[in-house]
Write a protein that binds this ligand. Structure first.
Ligand SMILES: *Cc1c(COP(=O)(O)O)cnc(C)c1O
Length: 368
């Protein structure tokens, strides 16, 4: 039986997730593979999460709290904002979809960088909206072109700061200039999935002055710096009027009990967060310098990953690295045919990656 698919959905390319460790270990029959492909936290998560999750097990026969008061309050307190400005999601992916479904009519436009985090495009198309893609300029968000691409049908714009996959950023001054040129009735989604890793003090952080501009919707996640990717918790901070719309259409139990208690424990362990950020940033410095010593030129980054030009088909190198038990990300599907993206692991994992890359690139050179 073949049903006719919705025309907007037909145009969607499926999201390509990083290759899971277990899959690689099965395929290559190895045991200690290294995954540096999905920007996860190599240190795991706070030990307090273990305790909280174990304690919550006995309640798993019950439905979760439909509005997770505890977690919302903790987030609200962290940023000194009202609880009615917080919307929780099954990852921030969920919030992106809610925004698209809540605010786009068929044919309405959402402007975003090209390439971008694929969930923006998928969500906009699923909501029957039209993504308008603005190519990067020198690997950074082209804010001027985004402004020029805003038209009468534009309902929202997406920016990502720091940017995935290049690691580039938007400064405070750049953002202020940009937001002045965006019409008053356009939502500005600022995805700050990697903001915890930023070291450059000039970078825009929407929570320095929360909710001053009612158009800004900030997206944050527990998946990266907090190490809770598998639990699936993200959130948005936004004008209460916008939050009310998203809460109206979200699934009532979109954040499950385990995810709620894990995030509550994680956000209260600031020491673990700080240690993670410090270790990860040291890892980035190690990777940058090791790659530079190899004669490569990694892009400068403010995130927990970096992008590097191998000047040769990146997918081929990606596949050969798999053979060495190392999973990174080939950026071919992002239009960067010769680039890899790699995130920091533990020091041992980082060294394994550098060793494997040397071997693979050396072999390729011999063959030339
Ligand atoms: C990882 C990531 C997210 C977060 O995804 P979750 O659904 O919260 O796991 C959001 N935006 C970008 C750009 C990301 O890279």
């Amino acid at each position: 039986m073949k049903f006719k698919i919705s025309a907007s959905v037909e145009a969607i390319k499926p999201y390509e997730a990083g290759k899971p460790l277990k899959e690689l270990e099965r395929e290559y029959n190895i045991t200690k593979a290294v995954k540096l492909a999905s920007n996860e936290n190599p240190l795991g998560f706070s030990p307090r999460v273990n305790e909280a999750v174990n304690a919550a097990l006995s309640c798993m026969n019950r439905y979760p709290e439909p509005v997770p008061h505890g977690l919302r309050q903790l987030i609200a307190d962290r940023f000194c904002v009202g609880v009615d400005t917080i919307v929780l999601g099954n990852g921030s992916d969920d919030i992106i979809a809610l925004l698209a479904h809540g605010f786009l009519n068929p044919g309405d436009e959402a402007v975003m960088p090209l390439p971008s985090f694929l969930m923006y495009e998928i969500s906009v198309k699923t909501a029957k909206g039209v993504p308008v893609m603005v190519p990067l300029k020198d690997y950074t968000t082209n804010l001027d072109e985004i402004v020029k691409s805003v038209g009468p049908r534009t309902k929202m714009v997406f920016v990502t700061n720091p940017f995935n996959p290049t690691g580039s950023t938007i400064t405070r001054n750049q953002f202020v200039g940009f937001s002045k040129k965006i019409p008053r009735d356009v939502i500005i989604v600022v995805d700050e999935a990697y903001i915890e890793f930023v070291r450059d003090k000039t970078v825009f952080n929407s929570m320095d002055d929360p909710l001053k501009d009612p158009r800004i919707v900030t997206l944050r996640t527990f998946s990266k710096a907090y190490g809770l990717a598998g639990f699936r918790v993200g959130y948005g901070i936004m004008d209460p009027g916008v939050a009310e719309v998203l809460n109206r259409i979200r699934q009532p139990f979109n954040v499950n009990t385990m995810a709620q208690v894990a995030a509550e424990a994680a956000i209260q362990d600031e020491a673990f967060l700080n240690k993670s950020v410090q270790t990860i940033n040291e890892g980035i410095d190690y990777l940058s310098s090791a790659l530079t010593k190899m004669g490569l030129a990694p892009l400068s980054t403010q995130a927990n990953f970096l992008m590097v030009d191998l000047k040769t088909d990146a997918t081929k190198i990606f596949n050969e690295l798999l053979g060495q038990g190392v999973i990174v990300r080939s950026l071919k599907s992002y239009g960067f045919d010769t680039f890899l993206r790699v995130n920091t692991g533990t020091q041992e994992e980082n060294q394994n990656f550098i060793g494997a890359l040397k071997q693979v690139l050396g072999k390729n050179k011999d063959r030339e």
